[in-house]
Ligand binder design. Structure first.
Ligand SMILES: C[S@@+](CC[C@H](N)C(=O)[O-])C[C@H]1O[C@@H](n2cnc3c(N)ncnc32)[C@H](O)[C@@H]1O
Length: 285
């Protein structure tokens, strides 16, 4: 699902790195903590997969994509019709997708959570939850139909997430199974734009939790642009980030873990940086 801060572009790179460090088998459980639009978990080649996020609207949308994507609106007109069907005011009319979207935003109680989560990200500007209605044009000058695009992606994602359990929880309130697992975290980045309704996130608490989990014996990894010095950077890649419709900036996305995780898996830190992942063509420095 289109999502602000999506890991779609780097999912396979990051997974290769983690799977090179931790030996997996058919019983390994992969946890995608802060799963957002499910863009990383859908690429994980394991049957035991758990995806966790605090945004209940988004988790509900992912459950619908998994179980019955055929109820999702198929294009802009279908979306307008659905907004009308759910609306309490039975005489309401909308001329455009934007009008229907704005009505939905102002009357959230009238709409199912999955509908809000799904449209509120895939059809929002920058895929930022409940931001303004996304507008764009195709090469032929026609208005881009974001609802249709989202539907086509949902049908693809549906097949890829059949084994995933979607859980709505705070990252540190879930009972993770330690043995034979990988815990990957993609938290709100400290420098990045904030996730609406998720204002309480504190990076310092998150780092302490990572340290705690690592000491407990979990194979834990996280993405960020930077991290405190006790963490080990094991992968990085330059990414073009859209800051405005026509403005971009280059940021280096990084993957971190702890020294404990590396030594528990008999991986030499130097080996990672100089040989192993460079040879695989994964390391982008
Ligand atoms: C960078 S995004 C994840 C993007 C995702 N990896 C993807 O590829 O689509 C960060 C996510 O963290 C979630 N989040 C914020 N605070 C949280 C918390 N305390 N516990 C769990 N999830 C949280 C937000 O709802 C958001 O979906």
């Amino acid at each position: 699902m289109k999502y602000m801060g999506s890991k779609r572009r780097v999912a396979n790179d990051i997974l290769n790195v983690m799977f090179n460090i931790v030996e997996t088998d058919e019983n390994t459980i992969f946890y995608d903590v802060f799963c957002g639009g499910g863009n990383l978990i859908q690429e994980v080649p394991l049957k035991n997969r758990v995806a966790i996020d605090l945004n209940e609207y988004v988790i509900e949308a992912l459950r619908v994509i998994k179980l019955n994507p055929y109820i999702l609106p198929k294009d802009r007109q279908d979306f307008i019709n659905m907004v009308k069907q759910y609306a309490k005011d039975k005489h309401i009319e909308f001329k455009t997708g934007k009008e229907a979207y704005n009505y939905m935003k102002e009357h959230l109680k009238e709409y199912p959570k999955w509908f809000i989560g799904y449209i509120g990200t895939t059809c929002a500007f920058g895929a930022k939850f409940l931001s303004t209605w996304a507008r764009g044009t195709e090469r032929n000058g026609k208005k881009r139909d974001y609802v249709r695009q989202a539907y086509n992606s949902a049908i693809v994602q549906h097949k890829r997430i059949q084994c995933v359990d979607f859980i709505c929880k705070e990252y540190d309130k879930y009972d993770y199974i330690k043995e034979n697992s990988i815990v990957y975290c993609d938290p709100p980045y400290s420098e990045a734009s904030k996730y609406p309704r998720m204002t309480g996130f504190k990076s310092s608490d998150f780092y302490n939790w990572i340290r705690h989990m690592s000491k407990q014996g979990y194979n834990i990894f996280f993405s960020e642009f930077s991290a405190p010095e006790d963490f080990v950077e094991i992968w990085s890649k330059e990414l073009l980030i859209t800051t405005h419709k026509t403005r971009y900036s280059v940021k280096v996305d990084k993957l971190f873990t702890t020294e404990e995780v590396l030594s528990r898996n008999n991986v030499d830190k130097k080996d990672i940086i100089q040989n192993r992942f460079k040879q695989n063509g994964i390391f982008a420095l």
